[in-house]
Design a protein around this ligand. Structure first.
Ligand code: HEC
Length: 160
């Protein structure tokens, strides 16, 4: 039997071009969603890499600010107790990570994490240097000053 063209839906009618337009919009949605997924995955991977993968201590081009008195006291304490591992001006060494680093910005590692690190030590989790042992003979007041020193360095170097 010969098929008659459907009189209600002639070729090129308004309704068929509407369907085409709808298909195009659907495809556009798909492209947008795919792009969003790619951006999300890439962003997550970068975040994951920045925060959680093993790192080497890199060279840090450092700005040294004019320290407050508290930070200056902290610098002396840092140089006595932390510098062998965390390096001059906390830029890292082959035995420990830089603390002037995005990982240690105040929202990610608050001041309490400095107290806890000194008191209890740190189990290696961000880097490949191994664990940090507790540091004896450094009081909580000392740690406040050391933290101040590190924060002022972080601030001067755009960490936060
Ligand atoms: C013997 C080496 C060594 C010394 C000395 C040392 N640290 Fe550490 N510290 C490390 C290492 C290694 C890590 C990184 C552990 C990781 O996350 O992989 C670390 C991590 C930290 C962290 C991050 C803690 C966290 O929650 O991730 C802080 C804060 C810190 N140290 C502060 C200090 C301060 C302050 C001193 C001096 C009073 C000090 N450290 C002395 C080796 C040391």
């Amino acid at each position: 039997m010969k098929k008659k063209p459907n009189p209600r839906r002639p070729r090129g009618s308004a309704s068929s071009s509407r369907t085409k337009r709808k298909k195009l919009t659907d495809r556009l949605y798909l492209v947008v969603i795919a792009a969003a997924v790619v951006v999300g995955v890439v962003g997550w991977l970068q975040w994951f890499d920045d925060d959680h993968a093993g790192h080497e201590a890199g060279d840090v081009a450092l700005t040294i600010p004019a320290f407050t008195a508290e930070a200056e006291a902290g610098q002396a304490l840092f140089e006595e107790n932390c510098v062998t591992c965390h390096g001059a001006h906390a830029t890292g060494s082959d035995q420990g990570p830089p603390l002037v680093h995005r990982i240690y910005e105040p929202n990610h590692h608050g001041d309490m994490s400095f107290q806890l690190a000194v008191k209890n030590g740190v189990r290696a989790h961000h880097w490949k240097f191994g664990n940090m042992a507790p540091v004896d003979g450094v009081s909580p007041e000392d740690v406040i000053k050391i933290t101040r020193y590190v924060r002022e360095l972080q601030k001067a170097n755009g960490i936060f």
